[in-house]
Design a protein around this ligand. Sequence first.
Ligand SMILES: Nc1ncnc2c1ncn2[C@@H]1O[C@H](COP(=O)(O)OP(=O)(O)OP(=O)(O)O)[C@@H](O)[C@H]1O
Ligand SMILES: [Mg+2]
Length: 364
Amino acid sequence: MKLTDIYTRVRDRVRLAQEHLSDTSQQAGDMMRNVIDTFSDEWIEQAFSLARQKIAPSVDELPVDFQLRQSSMMRRIYERLFPVSHVFRVSAKYGREYLEEYMPINNSSYIGRGSYKFVYSLPYQMVLKISKEILPSDPIFGSQFRLVDAEQSRFLGPEEIELQNILSRGKKSYRQERIRFKFNRLGMERLHYWRVREALPDLVLPTKYFMGIRYRNKLFGEGHSEKMTVMDSQIMLMGKHLKEFAMAGKQSHQNRFWKQFSPRFDFVFDSGRFGRIKKKVLIKITEDFRRLIRFTEMLAVRDKLILDIHTENVIITLPDFELKIFDFHLFDEHLYEPSLKFNRPEKDHIEVIEKFIESLNLQQ
Ligand SMILES: Nc1ncnc2c1ncn2[C@@H]1O[C@H](COP(=O)(O)OP(=O)(O)OP(=O)(O)O)[C@@H](O)[C@H]1O
Ligand SMILES: [Mg+2]
């Protein structure tokens, strides 16, 4: 084949891929607009203003399991030396960055962590999640991230784009890229949220994403060190993780390598641990879980996206016994790390949920 032919082929392929990206970005953006129209910011603000009037519940009512929230030794030493102090939301006003919404946090208000966020309770009934710094090579930055990068204005508000421009002014290009990366991450988090929210509005916790600045006390002297990162806030849930409803049973069938490095357990659920629950309530939660399973399957098959609903990402509220989803991360199928037990990655999570449904013994 001639060199010019190869060139033309590659050029056409790149052009096709770009067109596809722009179409998908348009569709995703339109979808978000639709959802924003139905569940406006006003709706979220209303839910939040009620939560702000209530004092935070006690720690034993929260879905925290010390095993789940424990940080490494090094991390705990770091947190002691440089304790977090407070957070502000940062926006753009009067042609410059502008701090608002003071949110006090400290080491004792730390209630959980995942792979991507540190979670703190606020003094009122809300949580604040501070995104961790992660490398651009992380699996979370897949096709959804690229959609945002291709057309930021569909996923970020005009004020957020203005803030990005203000912060980038006069900076070297690598600094500008880092700033854009953070704003793309903000848009991506929001896109994940809206996709789940559109499908399962009543199971999803209202979530507000924003760019924030986190302050830590300095080791010596007065003042703070600060870091800008993506944050979000939600109503604080009271209840238990799906994981806590499970009693670890026998170890799953795995090969020696995985047994050593990532042991897994087959769960046996014991829903009776939390008192007698009315059959009507159990039927409702089963239906909700089935909707979650259908949506997860549809996303995986149609869009090749994996919703990360592992047992720490699903909370059952107590005493109402309702299913709530608060973590909406979507991964590209080829970037998601499966257990290798099934032929499809989403089945790992679906199987655990099905076991939970079975354990409710509704068929009797
Ligand atoms: N709204 C909430 N109310 C109470 N606790 C919460 C809430 N949101 C999160 N948590 C706690 O914080 C933990 C981590 O939160 P989250 O799952 O949002 O972080 P993540 O880094 O995205 O997690 P993952 O590792 O699953 O990606 C949860 O498992 C839960 O224990
Ligand atoms: Mg999580």
